[in-house]
Ligand binder design. Sequence first.
Ligand code: GLY
Length: 373
Amino acid sequence: MSELTWAYQVSDKIKNKMEKVASRTRDKFPYTTIDGRFDDWTQKNPCWWTNGFWGGIMWQLYNATKNELYRENAIINEEKLDKNLMTAWGLDHDNGFKWLPTAVANYRLNKNEESKNRGLLAANNLAGRFNLAGRFIRAWNDNGDASTAGWAIIDCMMNLPLLYWASRETNDPRFKQIAMAHADTAERYFVREDGSVNHIVEFNTLTGEYVKSHGGQGMKEGSTWTRGQAWAVYGFTLSYINTGEERYLETARRVSDYFVFHIPESCFIPVDFCQPEDCPWEDSTAAAISACGLIELSRLVEGTDKEKYYNAAVKLLQALGEHRCCWDENVDNLLEKCTAAYNDKEHEFAIIYGDYYFIEAIWKLTEQELFIW
Ligand code: GLY
C-alpha cells in the first residue's frame, strides 16, 4: 500500500471516530482522558497553554468535512478563551498556541472580525513580552518575584507565527521584527553545535547577557528533550515560511537532521534523546509535532533531503497510526503514550496536542489542512 493510500485510510478512521467524540465533548477544554473520557481543564486552569487545541482539532475537521458540529464546537472553544484574554497573569508566550488554532483559524476561514480582534489582542500582548536588552520573548509569568523574567524557551518558536500574522494583518512591521529578533536569539543560544536544542535559556533581564541553560521538561541540563527538539524542527521551518529568510531554513535543517538521525528503529520517540537505554518512556507528541515540521520542510528543499525528511515523517506517522493510536470510538483520545515532562511523576498518557498534531500531519499528507501557523 502506498503511503498516501494509508494516509487516506487513517483520515477516514479519524473522521469516523472524531464525529462521535465531538458530539459528546461540545464545550470542554480537554487536556487528557480519565477512564476514556476527555477531562475538562477549565475547572483546573482556564488559562492553561493547551486550551486552544480542541478548537484547532474542530477547525481542522470542519475544513475537511464542512460538518457544522465542528464549527459550533470550535466557536464555543474560542469564546470560552475570552476569560483568559481578560486575565493578565494567564497571558504568556503561549498566546500563539491558544489563539492561532482558535480565533485566527476562524478569521482565516470566515473573515470573522471579532476573531481577528481576539487574535490581534493576543499578538499585542505577546509582543509586549519582548525583552529589549536580551532580544527574547519572555516565556512564563511568576508570582511577581521576577524569578522567571529572564527565561525564554524553545517552544516559543511555535508562537512566533501569531506575530507574523499580526504584521500581515496590520501592515505594521513591529510584530515581525520582534518575532525575528527572538528567532535570531534562539538560533544563537538554543541551538547547540550538533543541532540539538536547549529547552530553557536564562538571560540577565537588565544587560541581556546569557546566564545559563536549564533542563526544563527534559531529563537534565544539556540533555535533549524530544518535544523541545520537535518544536525547533517545526518552529524554525515556520519562521522560514513566514519570512523567507534563508538562515531559518538552514537552522531548520540542522535541528531536523539531529532529530532524524536519532529516530530509533522502532520509530517510537523517547521523552529525551539522552535518556538511559533501559528507560522505556515515550512521548508520542514529539513524533506527531516533528512529523508536521518534517513534511513542511520536505516541501522547501530539493534532492535527497526532500525524501529524507518526508520519509522520516511518514515512518513516524505510520508507527503512531499502527501502534500508538486508539481507534476505539468509545475512548475520546487518539494518541497514547504522550509525556508532558521527563521528571514528572506520570508518563505515557493521552494529551490533547498529540491528537491535534497527529491530525494536522495526516491532513498535510492528504491535502485537507487548514494552515494555521
Ligand atoms: N509548551 C510546553 C510543552 O511543550 O510542554
